[in-house]
Design a protein around this ligand. Sequence first.
Ligand SMILES: NC(=O)c1ccc[n+]([C@@H]2O[C@H](COP(=O)([O-])OP(=O)(O)OC[C@H]3O[C@@H](n4cnc5c(N)ncnc54)[C@H](OP(=O)(O)O)[C@@H]3O)[C@@H](O)[C@H]2O)c1
Length: 390
Amino acid sequence: MTTDAAPVANGASGASAFAPERPEDRWFMAAAIRYAMRHVGRTGTNPSVATLIVRNDGEGPRIVGRGVTALGGRPHAEAGALAEAGELARGATAYVTLEPCAHHGRTPPCAEALVRAGIARVVSAAADPDPRVDGKGHQMLMAGGVAVTRRVMEREAARTIEGYLTRHRRGRPGVTLKMALSRDGRIGIRGGGQVKITGPVSDAQTHLVRARHDAILVGAGTALEDDPRLDCRLPGMAGRSPARIILDPNLRTSPEMTVARTARSVPTMIATFETSDPQRQAALAEAGVTFVACVADPASGRVALPELLEDLAATGITSILVEGGANIAASFLADGLVDRLILVEGAVEIGEAGIVPPLDVAAARSRYRLLRQDVFGADTWFDFACEEIV
Ligand SMILES: NC(=O)c1ccc[n+]([C@@H]2O[C@H](COP(=O)([O-])OP(=O)(O)OC[C@H]3O[C@@H](n4cnc5c(N)ncnc54)[C@H](OP(=O)(O)O)[C@@H]3O)[C@@H](O)[C@H]2O)c1
């Protein structure tokens, strides 16, 4: 909830209400949202936000400055855009995908920087749930004489910061569950190792989704059965591989497995009970694996997921892509911890002996809101919103 419904009467311009949207606002905001996607999954606990500075000297609008939240989360997008625009910022419009910040940290607030640079109008999209901002950024701008138009493509912009919103509102990272289903609705074969279900186009798409999350999580069953790499293998994007988390309460992961052998190049965490084998822990730690202690759910004896997610949020993880397997997927769904569900239906048939997932496309359709459906080669990609945050 924003608190800026009743803006303060303000300074230089004397404006006292939000300025109306103009026809070109959606073009530039759409461009800013696309630009913000560039650093999604790479800005730590800060959201990836973009700013475009646009001026019109009578020959049509042109972008004179652009910025996106820097890797790690600072500096903010506004700083980069203002630096690029320089004096051209004076009298220009700034498009920001999230309300500009209003609090003093190591740097002055972005709202203040926009006022100082002489920006005439700010068009913002998503509201910031951080209580230090939440409406105060807009108020600071208006008090400085800047016209403010808000909520332009708010929903679209909020989609780019879902993990950040979930962390603020629910105290845990945003969770996407992704499963590949065969044409006959199976996700693998017990004892059959990794089964190829999807084609190259959706595989590339999966790697893009990986790059946009802070961490990928799988259960011990998948780690042992598939010995997966769980990295981003798009050309030129190896550096965008998220951290890996293996949910392995009884520490069945061995140092010879791929995730352990490559733990020095891709951060790898194992969530395990404190009672798990200390010698194996030492051997895995030697390989570069780190550990998150987890507790058992008193009813099921399995890892208590809400507590684990809280602990992971405390380490700075804002978004998690859960990539299986069946038991892990079932637990996340049963606990209501899935915000987005991606199901990819391939053309392959696995047969009766295959592993049945906790839900199929028909069940997902009946329970959740379908955001997108795409055809990638022979596969169909379904993207559902489960726990609505936007
Ligand atoms: N098609 C796909 O998208 C896809 C994706 C991934 C995997 N798979 C397939 O799925 C199969 C593996 O699935 P799986 O069900 O055997 O293994 P899993 O779900 O990957 O792992 C299950 C294990 O995770 C541990 N665990 C910890 N906390 C848990 C919790 N809260 N709830 C449930 N489990 C918890 C348990 O280990 P302990 O038993 O030690 O307690 C449990 O046995 C493989 O065949 C793999 O190829 C398919």
